[in-house]
Design a protein around this ligand. Structure first.
Ligand code: SF4
Length: 509
């Protein structure tokens, strides 16, 4: 692969952090569309750009509807009553490039393949970094692609395997051997089956549940367990890394292991930021992990030992993702917790809004300091992470200039994000990451102090990697920590990361 093609691999595709939701019901006279709608609404935080649904109607036809917009606007009552059937899947999508091209219908999921030989619909959350290699091989065999997404390539790759066998677990098992990526996917077939697969390292969450009703047996599959809770379902278990689960509307749940690895790599950022606090991922409550992140930060904070500082100090969360962390911190610090920032709930999450310009405007629209709470106070503000630094800088400035805070001390539940993520999360280059850039510029000893100066805080403390791992309750070998360590668990990514890193180093220095 040439240098140029590697750059294309990094830059040209939209990366995603999406949500999938699937439902099967044994009652042919019952429609699952509303359940899918509710499951997607509960997971709106994972993607706000587009939504879609594929429903299997009586007679074995799959019908797909998808559009740009929030779930509530895309899947309105008219659509839900039109797309009527007892089995279906849905998808929320987040494309991080902000390019209009990536929000056209071809890029929106579920991805529905239908030709003379094969039909299925697929909802995919993740990324396959080696997708261009797969694309090249398939193009050489005459395949033509509409988009430049790994989702289409993954779907077409699965379709090409499916020409040779009807054994879906086997098809997915073969595909997984070629996909060196981080993904959870669900697939709906015209036979009325849903197959759910999690990559062998288990980067993205995926879980199954059931909904028992009189004469009805409903099985559910969801990115996060909050989707199962939202529809009144019972959480059964997580899909294991490298497992294919077959949800049948007629029979029980069947499982087939794909590949066993000696480690897993669940994304730590799910606990820090992405997942909803009421979700449970791989046996860990996200809310409790965030609480422990706060406790761990407070335990080692030297500022809390200063009696003069304590007299005037309050703990303020950045709503909403800083809240559980701030509660844990305040509990351990034994200092008052106060809501000192008002959030406008009708503005989307800033981190997952495509484009830096949009993000900047969104912070001002989204947050306002509550002067009566913060004026004259020594504030310890808790946030989940510092990515580019812009948001934190604006929050510090709002508290100081507009709110009249005496001092603003920033505490971050995620350790410094110093390396790019090639596994689907939108902090693509080291140069864009304030900690990554400053680490190169100023070295390990000095870069955090430089970050503090840039964001304008009086003091700044990050979580340590060991304390993060302890708070999540997993081992180092069960988590992906690549954006914190630069140590990438995927083979196809190591080489790209090294190249990108050396480019960043030469550009920055
Ligand atoms: S690099 Fe970071 S954000 Fe990306 S998958 Fe790993 S832990 Fe998650």
């Amino acid at each position: 692969m040439t240098f140029k093609s590697k750059k294309i691999l990094i830059k040209e595709k939209p990366k995603e952090n999406c949500a999938v939701f699937g439902v099967t019901c044994n009652d042919l006279g019952y429609s699952v569309s509303n359940i899918i709608y509710t499951g997607l609404i509960a997971q709106q935080h994972r993607g706000q750009e587009s939504a879609g649904i594929s429903i299997l109607k009586t007679g074995g036809q799959i019908y797909t509807y998808k559009k740009k917009g929030l779930v509530s606007t895309v899947l309105n009552n008219k659509i839900l009553s039109t797309f009527w059937g007892n089995i279906g899947i849905g998808h929320n999508r987040y494309a991080t490039t902000g390019s209009e091209e990536y929000t056209t219908l071809d890029y929106i999921q579920p991805y529905h393949i239908k030709n003379n030989e094969i039909e299925f619909s697929m909802a995919f959350n993740g990324t396959i970094p080696n997708y261009l290699d797969l694309k090249k091989n398939m193009e050489e065999m005459g395949k033509v692609f509409i988009t430049n997404t790994d989702t289409e390539i993954a779907a077409q790759f699965i379709a090409s395997i499916a020409l040779g066998t009807e054994d879906w677990p086997e098809i997915l098992k073969i595909a997984s051997k070629f996909f060196d990526g981080s993904y959870s996917l669900i697939l709906l077939t015209p036979e009325g089956d849903i197959y759910a697969m999690r990559d062998p390292l288990g980067f993205k969450p995926l879980c199954i549940g059931e909904l028992k009703a009189e004469k009805r047996n409903i099985y559910l599959v969801s990115s996060e367990s909050c989707g199962i809770d939202a529809v009144g379902g019972k959480f059964l278990r997580d899909v294991e890394p490298g497992e294919i689960v077959h949800l049948s509307h007629q029979k029980d749940i069947k499982s087939k292991a794909v590949l066993k690895r000696d480690r897993s790599a669940l994304c730590q950022f799910e606990f820090v930021y992405f997942a909803r606090p009421d979700s449970i991922i791989d046996g860990v409550s996200v809310a409790e992990a965030r609480l422990r992140l706060g406790i761990n930060l407070a335990k080692k904070d030297p500022l809390l030992k200063d009696p003069e500082f304590r007299k005037n100090a309050i703990i303020v969360p950045v709503p909403d993702s800083g809240r559980s962390v701030a509660v844990g911190y305040a509990q351990e610090a034994k200092l008052p917790y106060a809501e000192g920032l008002m959030k406008n709930r009708y503005v989307h999450r800033t981190f997952i809004m495509p484009g830096q310009a949009k993000r900047k405007i969104a912070v001002k629209e989204k947050l306002n300091p509550i002067k009566s709470v913060v004026q004259g106070k020594d504030i310890i503000i808790l946030d989940d992470s510092i990515v580019r630094g812009t948001t934190t800088q604006q929050i510090v400035s709002l508290l100081r200039e507009k709110g009249g805070a005496k001092t603003v001390n920033v505490r971050i539940s995620c350790p410094p994000i110093v390396s790019a993520c090639y596994m689907g999360i939108d902090f693509p280059t080291r140069e864009e990451l304030i900690a990554g850039r400053y680490q190169i510029l100023y070295g390990n000893e000095n870069y955090i102090e430089k970050v503090r100066k840039t964001i304008g805080a009086d003091t700044l403390r990050y979580q340590t990697i060991d304390d993060l791992i302890e708070a999540i309750g997993k081992t180092r070998n069960q988590l992906c920590l690549a954006c914190l360590t630069g140590d990438y668990p995927l083979k196809s990514v190591k080489e790209i990361a090294e190249l990108e890193n050396s480019i960043a180093m030469s550009r920055i220095k």
